[in-house]
Structures are given as C-alpha cells and as structure tokens.
Design a protein around this ligand. Structure first.
Ligand code: DAH
Length: 331
C-alpha cells in the first residue's frame, strides 16, 4: 500500500487518479482482493483484519479525495486560461445593417399622418373581388379594371392591386368619423424598367358625418402640407383626373425637385412630377358600405416613387436587388 500512496502523491491528472482507484478498489483491485480474504478467516482474525482493512480504505479514500481536489482545481484553472477571451480585442465582424430606403420612406410618411391624427390600418394581401374592385365602384364590366393588371388565384381570389380595399374594410368595420392611412404591399402583373410585380402604396381616407363636413379644400390642404413635409419647399398643383372611387378626382403634381421647375430629364422637361392620386369619396363607394349622409376624401401614393425622388435613386431595381453598396448608403 505504501507504493499506492506515493503513486497518488505523484499523480498529475485526475484520469490517473481514477486508474489508481480502480487498481485498488475496483472489482480486481488489490484492496478488494484483501477484503475477499475475510471470508476465509476465523472470527478473531476476521475482526482484526476487517479493522485494519477499513482503516486502510479510509486512509486511501482520503488521500485520493485530497489529491483529486488539488488536481481538479489545477485542471479547471488550465482550462479557463486556455479559453480566455479578450473582450477588448477588435472584432472583424462588427457589421451593422441599415433600414431599407422603402422602409425609411414609409416610416416618414406614417410619421406625418400619425401627427395629423390618422390611424394606421392594415388589410389582407389576398383579397376578394368585392373589396379590391366592386365596392370601389369598379364593377365587372368596368374598363378601368384594365388599369391594374391583376394576379388571379384559381378560386377567384386575387392579390390586391392597390391599398384601396382597406378603405372598404375600415368603413365596414367602423362608423365615421374615420381618419386612416394604410401602408402596405400591392401586386400587379407588370415587370419592366419602371414597374415591379410587387411594390408599396400608402392609402389615405377621411370620412366625416354630414354631407358637407369634408371637401376638396381639406384634401388640398393636407396633401400640400404633406408633400412639403417630405420634399421640402415644393410647389403643388392639382390636375383633374379620373378614378372610379372618387368624384371629383385629381392627380397631384409637385415642382421637380431636381431642376426646381426649370425642366430636366427626370420631369421630362415639364418642370412637374406626378406623385399622388386623390379625390372626394364617390357616393357609390359610400353606398357599397351602407354609409349615408357623410362626406370624405381619399388619396393613394406609390412609396417607391417617393423614395426614388427623395433619395435620388435613379433606378427602381435598386430597391429589389439587395446590393449592399447601395443599401449601406442609408445608414
Ligand atoms: N388606388 C389607386 C391606384 O392604385 C390610387 C388612388 C387614387 C387611391 C386615388 C385613392 C384615390 O384613394 O383617391 O392607382
């Protein structure tokens, strides 16, 4: 046993200690073998031997435990030392993302209208014919349906072609007064230099009780104020136009922000940029949602166009190609 104790003392790993434990106390261990001798002894021998062996065993276990504690501590320290992390070291991967320009513009638009007490509403991307067309005064035979190349599903559902159906859904869900905008994606079967199959719009709707509570002048005021908020000091003009869901309808132009109205390539030398559609809500739309004795106005805009103008992005495709060299400029 003396030799065993000096082996314990000289051990340098806990694994080595475990080997020693097995050699002594394991099934074929030397102490185990001596305990087995007990059954061949007579009573008096047995007592003396048992005492001696138990003492040895206690001593052995104590020596083993002490050494184990010492070695475990050293091993832990070695491990910690090896895994040490220097938190002050420069990290090569400290890459920070940036907001997408479309989202930046959406946030700015929402910020303006929230400040004007508009609620932000959302609606489904997969729409039915009634909400996307019919209730907006666009019955099946209506030629204006051709203005929006539609994606159809087999069951007759469609991908919404504009955010205007959220006007209908909001009016169905609540009574006037309503002041809401709806930012969201819309889809059209169209793909070329200036069109993508998915793009973003913001819809606006205001409805008040009473036939004459809201009129075109209110609409003019808020859109002019809004365009100045987004683009700075621009001139704004309203051009008579046609949308089935508004009467009267207008398209809104602002003075070209690149040439200040002088005429350039971006504004096709007209000095004006078309940026919005709007009008007073048609009686037929109110009829479709069961509203009576109300008045209101609505407007709709394309977010990509706003972002292209405000951030001087010349090519629509830049928004969809995920080119980090472009996106990183919006940090
Ligand atoms: N929904 C129209 C479109 O996608 C945009 C629009 C025009 C919305 C006039 C309106 C509006 O609410 O009054 O082209």
């Amino acid at each position: 046993m003396e030799e065993i104790f000096s082996r314990i003392n000289g051990a340098i790993t806990t694994a080595e200690l475990e080997e020693i434990r097995i050699a002594v106390m394991g099934k074929k261990g030397i102490l185990t073998a001596r305990f087995a001798e007990l059954k061949n002894c007579d009573e008096t021998q047995k007592k003396a031997l048992a005492k001696e062996l138990n003492l040895l065993k206690v001593e052995f276990e104590k020596a083993l435990a002490n050494k184990k504690e010492e070695l475990s501590l050293r091993e832990l320290q070695e491990k910690l030392q090896a895994q040490k992390i220097d938190v002050s070291l420069f990290s090569a991967s400290n890459f920070r993302g940036s907001n997408h320009p479309i989202m930046l513009m959406l946030d700015k638009i929402v910020e303006y209208f929230e400040g004007m007490n508009f609620m932000v509403k959302t609606g489904p991307l997969v729409e039915d014919d009634v909400h996307n067309f019919e209730a907006l005064n666009l019955p099946k035979y209506h030629p204006a349906r051709d203005m929006q190349d539609t994606f159809y599903f087999k069951d007759g559902k469609i991908l919404r072609t504009h955010t205007s159906p959220v006007q209908i859904r909001t009016m169905e869900a609540q009574k006037p007064p309503i002041r809401m905008i709806c930012p969201g994606n819309v889809f059209r079967c169209d793909y070329d230099l200036t069109h993508t199959p998915m793009f973003h719009q913001v819809e606006g709707l205001v409805v008040e009780n009473g036939k004459d509570s809201v009129n075109f002048a209110n609409l003019k005021f808020i859109l002019e104020d809004f365009l100045k908020y987004i683009f700075g000091d621009v001139k704004v003009r309203f051009r008579s136009s046609y949308f089935p869901f508004t009467e009267p309808s207008a398209e809104v132009d602002m003075s070209c922000i690149f040439c200040k109205g002088e005429g350039c390539r971006v504004c096709s030398n007209t000095g004006w940029l078309e940026v919005l559609g709007c009008g007073c809500v048609s009686e037929n739309v109110f009829k479709a949602v069961g509203y009576e004795n109300v008045s209101g106005y609505a407007f709709g805009l394309g977010v990509e166009r706003f972002a292209m103008l405000a951030y001087s992005v010349p090519d629509l495709r830049a928004f969809f190609e995920s080119d980090l060299r472009i996106l990183e400029q919006f940090k």
